[in-house]
Write a protein that binds this ligand. Structure first.
Ligand SMILES: [Zn+2]
Length: 421
């Protein structure tokens, strides 16, 4: 297909996907990698070329642009400013340099990759494929990830903005576009000034299949148990040695097999040992706890505390200490106070012929953190699948639907009561 015959969102996606923006773990600086600026600066230039005035890229690689309201001073009912957010980085788990996207019409069956013959996607492993025969898909050549997470979201927001600029007859309130770095390493919104952004609510466009809206995520806690034993020559240890590794073995029993990440799904929470190391003198267990329900998360904390106390009684000579840290929280608490934010996104999807699917994220999101920073922010589908993998793919039609949903949200907020907070 010729470039000029492609929908704007696809042309944009192919352009953005080819920019290397892999983020990095364990970096103090935001952004964690300077290459993320390459895409942020490309977007900055394109937004300025569209004619947007208020385009600011800061030193943390956060790009904010405003499409001002065109409702005019005569408009009686105030329309809230809203924003759409996507992240420019891609996951450090797979290579993201020299991405070669390919667009093809999917004929059904297993998808193969010419540059990586060991790689394939079958409809059994990805049931959504059964709905996609005859549609145009985008994948990488199989040697890198594609970066639909979240360059599909970036392209969709940009395409919606371009459409708005080209259609001044479409009346709308203030819309802000926000592009952030480092979502994949959990720091994306740390440097974002929510108050200065000045919007009533927003949407991250970073979800997977068409129709998905995510307004719930886990509550998170983490912790560690440290054990101090007592070491002597093993030949003369009778009655005196306290082996911290044995104590650790008993402590590992606190974490039930049936409540682990690999044995739970859907709405179940879990307890997860992330690391356990020990010698005779000392041992340490690191763990994380997750649950959609805050009370159930607290019950998990209590269960660990109780288990530690029990093991301590069994090993009075060992010194055992446990410490907990609170992590992110389920944004449902915020959404329940602002139900319109989700409802109007669902209405926007139905208006685009898409049946909304509410899903709970088994993890945390930038949107969850923003929600507790005062910006209610559910996550909308961007259309990609198989995130963080060389098998990543995105149907072109789903990206087009996401653009429509963004525009429908803007329309609903601007024209009726639904969007008012
Ligand atoms: Zn993402």
């Amino acid at each position: 297909m010729e470039q000029k015959d492609m929908p704007d969102v696809l042309r944009r996606f192919l352009r953005y996907a080819q920019v290397h923006t892999t983020s990095a773990n364990d970096q103090d600086a935001i952004p964690s990698t300077t290459c993320q600026f390459d895409l942020a600066m490309m977007l900055e230039r394109e937004l300025k070329e569209m004619g947007l005035k208020d385009v600011v890229l800061d030193e943390h690689c956060i790009l904010v642009a405003t499409i001002p309201s065109n409702l005019g001073p005569a408009h009686e009912t105030p329309v809230p400013a809203i924003c759409f957010i996507a992240h420019v980085d891609t996951s450090p788990e797979e290579p993201g340099e020299n991405v070669q996207p390919r667009v093809f019409t999917y004929e059904g069956g297993t998808i193969t990759f010419p540059a990586n013959l060991g790689l394939a996607i079958s409809p059994e492993e990805l049931p959504a494929l059964s709905r996609l025969a005859g549609q145009r898909l985008v994948t990488s050549d199989g040697t890198t990830l594609l970066g639909a997470d979240d360059k599909a979201g970036v392209a969709e927001i940009m395409a919606a903005a371009a459409w708005l600029v080209q259609h001044p007859e479409f009346r709308h309130g203030t819309v802000k576009l926000v592009f952030t770095p480092d979502e994949e390493v959990g720091k994306g919104v740390d440097a974002l000034d929510v108050e200065k952004l000045g919007v009533a609510y927003g949407y991250t466009v970073d979800g997977d299949e068409v129709g998905v809206i995510e307004a719930e995520c886990f509550n998170a806690a983490s912790g560690s148990i440290t054990i101090q034993g007592y070491n002597v020559h093993p030949g003369y240890a009778y009655g005196t040695m306290v082996n911290a590794s044995r104590v650790m073995r008993d402590l590992l029993g606190i974490f039930p097999d049936e409540s682990a990440p690999e044995t739970t799904r859907d709405r179940q929470g879990y307890l997860h040992v992330t690391r356990a190391v020990g010698s005779v003198n000392e041992a340490k267990i690191d763990f994380i706890l997750r649950d959609f329900d805050q009370d159930a998360l607290h019950a998990k904390v209590d269960a660990v505390k109780g288990g530690v106390a029990g093991v301590q009684r069994r090993w009075p000579a060992a010194r055992i200490a446990v410490a907990f840290k609170e992590g992110y929280r389920n944004m449902k608490a915020v959404m329940d106070q602002n139900p319109k934010v989700v409802e109007l996104a669902e209405a926007a999807m139905r208006g685009a012929g898409v049946e909304p699917i509410r899903k709970a994220i088994r993890g945390g999101t930038d949107g969850a953190r923003l929600s507790f920073m005062g910006l209610p922010c559910p996550n909308l589908f961007a259309g990609g699948m198989n995130f963080h993998s060389k098998k990543e793919l995105v149907p072109v039609g789903w990206m087009e639907k996401a653009v429509q949903v963004i525009l429908n949200i803007i329309k609903i907020v601007s024209t009726n009561q639904e969007g008012r907070k």
